[in-house]
Design a protein. Structure first.
Length: 394
């Protein structure tokens, strides 16, 4: 079955189960109940380490590769590597006027709040009954592994993605800047940020590499499709950073290539104005490949913007005889500081211009995690000369 998910409004129980790979929806319910049985509350912030946990092959139930575990998963069942279902509660902000289409979610509550106060003939207040219960949060369901090998870390959920989710939610709640756009999540993994964007965007591409990671991402899209905007098209597609650009088109993809691109999808992809990525900086080779790909994707328009969240993980380096954050220096080597770029002359060579966003100004909407002190969020553009430093991320 094609991995294309969209428009989401076309989903039905008939095409839900085959994408998940189960014989029936009841099978999925069994896994959900197991999570409720064995899952517990998130550990207190003091127990969350700044680096991923390392599990030996025997602990992870594997025989050939060392396993790593995201600190986000520390509350999951012990001695179990996955699959597992976790639920993340998204707190909605207090009701207040906004220009975003996202307000439709609270339309019923706003209508009641704006009604005039009425009194009966005895002077008593006439209470208006709500047509539905007021909601101050919603829940995102994520299907993931608890541990994985390094090449399969996209099967887990990492802290930087939750920070990026907070940022995206803040923009959705406070403005209309993401409404009706074409958005791309790079290295999407479980697809959390892209799924949130599907509440307001026109089209969302969740991209990663490898059938196992992409199939897992497609499961999450199915699990959460009910919260998407009914007009949003969501696609789970393979995008190899070391591969060609634009991606190769497969008109009639065989069953083994269900994450392949069609011509119309590639054309829509090239219209993307927003790129997001989280926790994709951990290998210098992949960082090089990412920025090579970004140069091709973003050079078509100076208005294209990337928001990238990363966690600096410190390890002792024998080469440097010091504690270093692997991959971070290579990442920074690709960026010119926004202030420095403002002094460049017109006609200078194109470059990536970065600005670190102050996370203290971003409320925490996702409840089940601790941000820590080592996550950074960057706004990145690509251009030459004096480009406009104003952006939707500031």
């Amino acid at each position: 079955m094609d991995a294309k998910i969209g428009p989401v409004g076309q989903f039905s129980p008939k095409n839900f189960s085959p994408i998940l790979g189960f014989d029936s929806i009841e099978t999925l319910t069994v896994f959900a109940s197991m999570e409720d049985r064995y899952g517990g509350p998130s550990p207190p912030p003091s127990t969350l380490p700044s680096s991923p946990e390392i599990a030996t092959p025997s602990e992870a139930g594997e025989s050939d590769e060392v396993q790593v575990m995201s600190e986000v998963h520390l509350g999951c069942p012990p001695n179990h590597s996955g699959p597992h279902i976790s639920h993340f509660t998204i707190a909605l902000p207090p009701l207040e006027p906004t220009e975003s289409r996202y307000d439709d979610i609270l339309e019923d509550e706003l209508t009641i709040a704006q009604q005039d106060v009425r009194l009966d003939e005895d002077g008593d207040l006439v209470l208006t009954r709500r047509s539905k219960k007021f909601k101050d949060d919603f829940v995102l369901t994520v299907w993931h592994n608890i541990t994985s090998s390094i090449p399969s870390v996209g099967l887990q959920l990492w802290r930087a993605e939750l920070v990026l989710a907070d940022f995206v939610l803040h923009k959705m709640f406070s403005s209309s800047e993401f409404d009706g756009i074409v958005a791309v999540e790079l290295g999407a993994g479980v697809g959390l940020v892209g799924m949130l964007l599907a509440r307001v965007a026109k089209t969302v591409f969740l991209t990663d590499c490898g059938d196992e990671v992409l199939s897992n991402c497609a499961k999450n899209v199915c699990l959460n499709s009910g919260m998407f905007n009914s007009k949003t098209a969501v696609y789970v597609r393979e995008l190899d950073w070391k591969g060609s650009w634009p991606p190769q088109v497969v008109d009639n993809s065989p069953p083994g290539e269900r994450h392949a691109w069609t011509l119309s999808e590639v054309e829509e992809l090239q219209r993307a104005s927003l790129f997001v990525a989280a926790d994709v900086i951990y290998s210098d080779d992949l960082t090089d490949a990412l920025f090579t790909k970004l140069k091709k994707m973003m050079s078509e328009s100076p208005e294209k913007v990337l928001f990238l969240a990363l966690e600096k993980r410190y390890n002792f380096s024998l080469d440097d005889l010091d504690v270093v954050a692997n991959g971070y220096l290579r990442f920074r080597s690709y960026l010119r500081d926004e202030g420095e770029h403002g002094e460049l002359e017109y006609g200078s060579l194109p470059c990536f211009v970065g600005k670190c966003i102050d996370l203290t100004q971003i409320p925490q909407y996702v409840r089940e995690y601790d941000r820590g002190n080592d996550v950074e969020l960057w706004q990145i553009k690509y251009g030459g000369g004096k480009i406009n430093s104003e952006s939707p991320g500031t």
